[in-house]
Design a protein around this ligand. Structure first.
Ligand SMILES: Cc1cc2nc3c(=O)[nH]c(=O)nc-3n(C[C@H](O)[C@H](O)[C@H](O)COP(=O)(O)O)c2cc1C
Length: 180
């Protein structure tokens, strides 16, 4: 049983790969059409344990409650401007509440699939930077982190299809499933 989170603004390549690794008992949360507001830095979550984790009322509640439910959480995140996109960063900042609710994420397994338009070789440094960033978060949130892989979806204005752009797509899907 795992939670699958699409952090892209579109239900396209990140969403597709999650659907393709999805098994019966898994649950998908797609943030493409959801509202994830920015952390406002009020630190109420650090002062007291909040019933809904955060004082901001938005779709982050669905993310928090599902993170609490599942022990395996898979993020599929797109690269925007050589880093994770804004929604992914917003979500991570909103996890600040786990100072007061460490049990929600402690010892859980967080998996990451990164998707961008450029080739794996071209995105080598960016992927390293993102995975290092996730690893650094485990120091204070105490979850286990595993990088599942990078896939190129092809140039956005031309190919924009992760399956067409990867001849061995089905093999990659099986490999990812076996790593979780
Ligand atoms: C504003 C913007 C910036 C992007 N920046 C990068 C980038 O720096 N490197 C890259 O490889 N792909 C970049 N991309 C391409 C996306 O990562 C790629 O299209 C990916 O498939 C998006 O995920 P989705 O298909 O699930 O929406 C960018 C796309 C957009 C719209």
């Amino acid at each position: 049983m795992k939670l699958l989170i699409n952090t892209s603004y579109r239900e396209k390549n990140c969403y597709k790969i999650l659907n393709d690794i999805k098994e019966n008992d898994d649950h998908m949360v797609s943030l493409a059409k959801k509202e994830i507001k920015r952390c406002m830095g009020c630190c109420e979550c650090k002062k007291q344990a909040l019933k809904n984790f955060c004082v901001i009322e938005d779709d982050m509640l669905e993310v928090y409650t599902n993170m609490a439910k599942f022990d395996k959480i898979v993020f599929a995140c797109p690269i925007y401007m050589n880093f994770i996109n804004g929604t992914t960063k917003n979500i991570i900042e909103r996890l600040n509440t786990f100072y007061m609710h460490p049990e929600v994420i402690k010892n859980k397994s967080i998996y990451l699939i990164i998707i961008g338009e450029m080739s794996e070789e071209e995105n080598k440094e960016t992927v390293e930077m993102i995975t290092k960033y996730f690893e650094s978060l485990t120091e204070f949130m105490e979850f286990n982190f595993k990088f599942l892989g990078y896939l190129s979806s092809g140039i956005i204005e031309e190919i924009d299809d992760i399956e067409k752009n990867n001849a061995n797509y089905q093999e990659i899907i099986e490999r990812i499933k076996n790593k979780i």
